[in-house]
Design a protein around this ligand. Sequence first.
Ligand SMILES: NC(=O)c1ccc[n+]([C@@H]2O[C@H](COP(=O)([O-])OP(=O)(O)OC[C@H]3O[C@@H](n4cnc5c(N)ncnc54)[C@H](O)[C@@H]3O)[C@@H](O)[C@H]2O)c1
Length: 455
Amino acid sequence: MKENDEPSRRNFLRKLGTATAAVAVGSNVFAADKKNDVFSYLKRTGGFSANDQVNIALIGAGGQGSEDTNVALQIPGVKLIAVCDLYDGRLADAKKRWGADIFTTKIYKEILNRKDIDAVIIGTPDHWHQQISVDAMHAGKHVYCEKPMVHAITEGPAVIQAQKETGKIFQVGSQGVSSLGNEKAKELLAAGAIGQLNYAEGFWARRGAVEVWQYPIPADASPQTVDWDTYVSNVHKRPFDEKRFFRWRNYTNYGTGMAGDLFVHLFSSLHLVTGSHGPEKIYASGGLRFWNDGREVPDVLLGTFDYAKNDMHPAFNLSLRCNFVDGTSGTTYLRLVGSEGAMDITWDEVVLKRNKVFASDDPFYLEKLRQAGDRNPERKKMLPPEEIVYKADKGYLGGPYDHMNNFITAIRTNGKVTEDATFGYRAAAPALLCNDSYFNNKPMFWDPEKMVKKG
Ligand SMILES: NC(=O)c1ccc[n+]([C@@H]2O[C@H](COP(=O)([O-])OP(=O)(O)OC[C@H]3O[C@@H](n4cnc5c(N)ncnc54)[C@H](O)[C@@H]3O)[C@@H](O)[C@H]2O)c1
């Protein structure tokens, strides 16, 4: 994108509306003491309607699968019929939580064979996402599959193909992409709010044992209560290991490390906001610095990603960092930086900072300033930062609700989802290649349009 093609500041201000524009510009030029931050509520326009009943089942009833199910059950007309999990305790919890009459099983194909189920939520560890997704769509079920869509870079095409062949609705669970915050950021970027995008960054900091994947192991965990053989049936076989079952994120056979767990959310949001299909070059570094608990994945990971110019955006660079040894118990953010400002994006808030100093050499304008009592209008001023905060309206149900509602609405209307298999693969691929880069100690190359690994 050329300098003079870029969405202009004036254009952006016009779209912001007169009141906001008056503060955004006027505070700098005329009244440095004016309140410099503007609050604007993000609102969702056009509701979603409840039509037919949608019967769902959950496969993988741990933390996130249960969370997704609870969100789905907030949507009028959604009913939970069945739950599958490999651990007895989770099936017992499911009956306690959702009623003794739900059908429970350890065999996911028993769920897929039922005629009374329209859609499944897949909340298993990552190494089961592809197979259950493909089997479910071929069994005629719509699928909401947790992120990352796949466990290995080679697994994506089969999910995309199954979606195309079956015509089923398939949504990947990076819920931020349906949020008001992501939508607003997309609108602001397109309106030129930060000028030309050149850089983006994201960061996670964690420190607590449970936060960094040392989950509690139930007292009754054993080969009698866990179907271990099924768990490892599609990966390297080994004897029962409770840590590998309940703390699966730490092991490469089942999880996808920090990149697949966390970076993937930021790829999803970044791709939604920018319209990008992904980076071309991926390079990671990091190490296992602190949590020497037998884990196979690093606890500090830094990734750099080069995005090439395309129809939707100029070339830009992305830096993602994750630190599980962060004594400050820091923060998480996604920031887009452009030639005229930056945006910090969350699901329910966008903070827009505009750093460009407004200066004018227009004689008419300078004369007006003199008339207003400024004896030396050419002299530089102390300027407050421009900051505009967009916050979700009170009572906003949040990105998770919007994302699930987007899925259920697509089922009811045969409509489109925000994060289909192609979008989900384009978000997962750079995360998975980040791991490949770390473990192979070399950069990885990816064609985001054709979705093939290069080199
Ligand atoms: N979207 C988000 O914000 C978000 C947050 C957390 C986790 N996740 C994703 O959700 C998935 C689950 O993560 P979690 O934290 O809930 O893990 P978890 O360990 O709490 O739950 C996983 C459950 O799957 C069960 N399971 C394992 N293999 C199975 C199989 N073959 N069939 C049926 N059940 C099986 C386990 O017994 C367990 O109950 C992961 O892919 C993770 O990346 C997404």
